[in-house]
Design a protein around this ligand. Sequence first.
Ligand SMILES: *[C@@H]1O[C@H](CO)[C@@H](O)[C@H](O)[C@H]1NC(C)=O
Ligand SMILES: *[C@@H]1O[C@H](CO)[C@@H](O)[C@H](O)[C@H]1NC(C)=O
Ligand SMILES: *[C@@H]1O[C@H](CO)[C@@H](O)[C@H](O)[C@H]1NC(C)=O
Length: 273
Amino acid sequence: MSGFLLLTTVSVLGTNIILAQARLDSLKTVDDYMNICLDGEHQKSVPGPELGLVKELCSPWAERSCCSAATARGVHMDRRWLNFDWDHCKTLSPRCREYFLMDLCFYECSPNVGPWLVEDVRKIRNERFRDVPICKSDCENWWEACHDDYTCLDNWATGFDWSSGINTCPQGSSCRPFHQVYSNSSDFCQTLMGGSFRVADNEQDCFYLWFDPTYGNPNEAVARKKASEILNVTYKMVSHSSNHDSGNGAANTSGLTGMVLSAYFFHVLTLRL
Ligand SMILES: *[C@@H]1O[C@H](CO)[C@@H](O)[C@H](O)[C@H]1NC(C)=O
Ligand SMILES: *[C@@H]1O[C@H](CO)[C@@H](O)[C@H](O)[C@H]1NC(C)=O
Ligand SMILES: *[C@@H]1O[C@H](CO)[C@@H](O)[C@H](O)[C@H]1NC(C)=O
């Protein structure tokens, strides 16, 4: 989930671990970091346009995506994508479910996670992302949407019983509302996906799970800046996409409240279903 860390079986092929690390070690330029997708079961090898996403869900990424239209359809139609059952305690509320769908779209489609990839060799992938800086406002909206939903584990990346092939609550755990499981929004966003996200200190250098594509992808400038830091090169603004020039691509979406994003998402969802 955008931190989708829900992996079933660890692949014990040592070669995969070596290959995953070699792939990440081979990234030498900012563009290298911008031109890879997470090495997972469904992601494409390199990001590119997916015109099929225009009228599909996960549509923010149509211009440049790591997921195919078929994957986006799977995310929305298959209630147990990657065999993960969000309703392991109780059916999620529609608002909370929307956020998990956005998170899944982000996980499968975002072309901007390169600088945060680390090896993680499992059945469904060889890499994961860690500490992607999620915007505080986005995190708070997600938390508010799921506040009264139920789960039995604080960290969905580990601890589930996968013996049936689908995650179920382990023996001895009990279902509690999210607001009892987590102390606050940051605890929720950082713990739930096992560290895939870190809540950003400011509203500039941070990622949005979802955005209105008419303003471009606000996460791209954030990823370029991070790649520059990793490589210790001067951050150069890119100008191929109109609204990234300021280096603060998030500016125009940060004003969108969660409700607007939510409404936008619902709109798309309704069109599709
Ligand atoms: C949120 O909860 C965590 C874990 O209990 C705590 O360490 C952190 O200080 C809290 N953050 C805020 C902003 O209250
Ligand atoms: C980054 O590069 C500059 C100039 O080349 C150098 O002075 C500095 O020590 C480098 N920093 C790191 C963390 O490598
Ligand atoms: C945000 O939108 C305004 C008006 O639509 C525009 O002038 C400005 O350049 C945009 N800023 C960014 C960072 O895209």
